[in-house]
Design a protein around this ligand. Structure first.
Ligand code: NAD
Length: 488
């Protein structure tokens, strides 16, 4: 039976005249249909969000914190159902979706506690009679446009701080995976969130997403996705001088120095690229490894890649699921084939690697003997493909790692503390992990440098993105105001 996901506007489901099919990537069969909205639904949602925003803000930090706290608990309590929806929509293994969704409890609890921390400052002024203070105010209606790969996590990184600060929200989920975000909105109502504070308009990016980015009632857009749609969103918002946060893609380097315990690093490299079938923005898709240990590390990584269990993501023993979209899988296939034709050597997976016949799978792939001109090295493939690049010294490692238009994340593996600091400083990226990879927490800011975007999510920085500072000057001296044309 096909499951249906409608829009969620003003605290209720709103059906549509048109629906998009959502396919189960493990079978390639449609399993759900998703409302396809546009300008009309977006306008309705923004109007609803705008109508209740002031009241939500005035309800006070305690009330807002209580709702967010309860929502975090409800998400964790409903993790089985939500994880099953996401796993079906995106093809991600159930263990990972479940872990991500139970982890969201911390995101909502963290921002619930920050609802009480929206304080300003009192600023001393040379004129003693003046009291100058600042206060933090919400922006209004925030538009959240997440990418497909971690629907609830990416949406929540916008929703939680926005609601905590007294904004209201309209979310436009990615068209291929809207189900869990509609379910989140329903849970938010159960948590006590007033109707209209969180709305979900489903549909295509170029229709519903474009309408949201261009809507004059939306104060700011928090966007997660690829550079092309990011540019389109930024252009739309620029036309009406609205700010945006752009969380874009990456081509992250995982840099391994010769002083490491080689066997100990293997899992870090594997987790960096093959988790979620490589469909994460921080995928460590370039293994930059010192020539003294390169052969040994590549052999170990390739052996583990070959043993990764591919299969149905709902099976708890499956280690890697399919890719979420055929277009992505086809893009990976084409670029690996072109690299192989140009001389890249397949150490694991690749065009002839084994994978389930049914579904949109691509095997975990390790490509050696690549060079910097190849698409597999330059482009974000958003798939399970690791390219190996060797270096001789520290400067060369840094140069290779930074030789990318992106700057989202990077990993460094070394036992030398001084080197860890030096290299960490030299890498141009929003996040650098030393001797670990792919760690994320609500209290730690996250975002890109260079072509990976701008603005920050998570942490105090994420809250600052959805507030505005207002300065208020109060003259406490009752004397008549001085004549402005008499110079004293
Ligand atoms: P995408 O750019 O195709 O779509 C992202 C979202 O934008 C979707 O909701 C889509 O419907 C919408 N959209 C598309 N065109 C639009 C337009 N013209 N106007 C308004 N909205 C539009 O990206 P995707 O395929 O969903 O996700 C993969 C990309 O997301 C990768 O590049 C990945 O690195 C990136 N990503 C970044 C982060 C991060 O935090 N930096 C996290 C996850 C994914």
């Amino acid at each position: 039976m096909i499951t249906r996901f409608d829009h969620w506007i003003a605290g209720m489901e709103v059906s549509a005249s048109d629906y998009l099919a959502s396919h189960d990537p493990a079978t390639g069969e449609p399993w759900a249909e998703v409302a396809a909205g546009g300008e009309v639904e977006v306008s309705r949602a923004v109007d609803c969000a705008d109508a209740v925003q002031d009241e939500w803000h005035r309800s006070g930090p305690s009330a807002r914190a209580e709702v967010l706290w309860r929502l975090g608990d409800l998400l964790a309590a409903n993790a089985d159902e939500l994880a099953a929806i996401e796993s079906r929509d995106v093809g991600k293994v159930i263990r990972e979706t479940w872990g991500q969704i139970t982890g969201l409890r911390s995101w909502y609890h963290y921002y619930a506690s920050l609802a009480h921390q929206l304080s300003g400052r009192t600023i001393p002024h040379d004129r003693h009679s003046l009291v100058v203070s600042t206060s933090l105010e919400p922006l209004g209606v925030i538009g959240v446009i997440p990418a497909f790969n971690s629907p609830l996590l990416l949406a929540s990184m916008g929703i939680a701080p926005a609601l905590a600060a007294g904004n209201t929200v309209v979310v436009k989920p990615a068209e291929v995976c809207s189900g869990s975000i509609v379910a989140l909105a329903r849970l938010a109502r159960e948590a006590g969130l007033p109707d209209g504070c969180l709305n979900v308009v489903c549909g295509r990016g170029a229709e519903a997403g474009d309408a949201l980015a261009g809507h004059p009632g939306v104060a700011k857009i928090i966007f997660t996705g690829g550079p092309e749609s990011g540019r389109a969103v930024a252009r739309r918002a620029a036309d009406r001088l609205a700010p945006v946060v752009l969380e874009l893609g990456g081509k992250s380097a995982n840099v391994v120095f010769g002083d490491v315990d080689v066997e100990g690093v293997v899992n870090g490299v594997i987790a960096g690229i093959f988790a979620a079938a490589g469909q994460t923005c921080v995928a460590g898709s370039r293994l930059v490894v010192h020539e003294s240990i390169a052969d040994q590390l590549v052999e170990l990584v390739a052996a583990r890649a070959q043993s990764v269990r591919l299969g149905n993501p709902s099976d708890p023993t499956t280690e890697m699921g399919p890719m979420a979209q055929t277009t992505l899988r086809d893009g990976v296939e084409a670029r690996v084939a072109s690299a192989v034709a140009a001389g890249a050597v397949v150490r694991a997976g690749g065009p002839t690697g084994s994978r389930p016949k049914k579904g949109w799978f691509y095997p975990p792939t390790v490509l050696d003997a690549v060079d910097a001109s190849m698409e597999v090295v330059r482009d974000e493939l958003f798939g399970p493909v690791l390219s190996v690049l060797r270096f001789g010294d520290e400067d060369e490692a840094i140069a290779i790692a930074n030789d990318t238009p992106y700057g989202l994340a990077a990993g460094v593996w070394t036992r030398d503390v001084a080197r860890a600091h030096r290299v960490g400083r030299a890498l141009v990226a929003g996040t650098v992990w030393i001797n670990t990879y792919r760690a994320l927490a609500p209290q730690v800011p996250f975002g890109g440098a260079k072509g990976s975007g701008f603005g920050r999510e998570n942490g105090l920085e994420g809250l600052a993105e959805v507030t505005r500072s207002k300065a208020t000057w109060i003259e406490t001296d009752d004397s008549p105001v001085a004549d402005p044309f008499v110079w004293r």
